[in-house]
Design a protein around this ligand. Sequence first.
Ligand code: ZN
Length: 219
Amino acid sequence: MCVREGTSLQAGMNFGLGGTHSVILLSLRPNAPYHDQIEDSGFTLIYEGHDHPKGKDCLNPKTVDQPEFYPSGALTQNGKFYKASQAAKLEKLPPERVRAYEKMRPGIWSYNGMFHLVDSQRVHSEGRMVFKFRLEAVAGEEDLTIPAPIAPVRRRIIPTAIKLAVWKRDGGRCVQCGATDELHFDHDLPWSKGGTSFSVDNVQLLCMRHNIQKSAHIV
Ligand SMILES: [Zn+2]
C-alpha cells in the first residue's frame, strides 16, 4: 500500500523511517483495535499506543500495560514515540514529523497528511496503562531536510464520514487520472485559504502525484 514510503508497512507504528519522518496507520472505524480520535474540531489526532504482541507469554494483550521497553531494554515503538514527543513538549527537539495513513475499509488506505508529534501521556484505561500520542495536523508536505517549524500552518482533518461518501462518489479513483493507489482526500479550498467547512462537494480524491502538483500551485 505504501510505495511512497519505500516499504510495505505491516506495523501500525514506524518511528524514524529514513531518519526524516515516521509513519502511522490509523483507523477511526468503530470496530478498530485502538481508540484513535480526532479532537480540537479536527486539528488534532490523539493516537493510541500499541499493545504487547499476542503470544505464549501474553494471551490477552488488552489486559496488560502497553510496553515502553522490550525485555532487552530497547525502546518499543511506543517508547520511541513517547521519548520523541516528550522531548518536543519540553522543546529539547523539534517535533517528529509523522505521515498518517487511514484505513477506510479492509485493504483500502488513504493518505491522511502530515502531522507533528507534540505531546504524549500515559493514561489508565480499563485497568491497564496505555499511551496517548498528540499529533497536530499541519498543512502541506514540508521540506523533510530541515527541522519542523515551531509554528506550522495548521490543517483540519477531513471527517471520516465525508471521506467515505467522497470515496463512493469518485469510485475509489483519482479524479484527474483514475489511479487507484496512494490516494489522498483533497480539500478544494484549503483551510489556510479560507476553506472553513468540509462537505462532500468540496472534497475530492487525488493520487499523490496530482495532490502534490496541486499543493505546489497553491503555495
Ligand atoms: Zn492522479
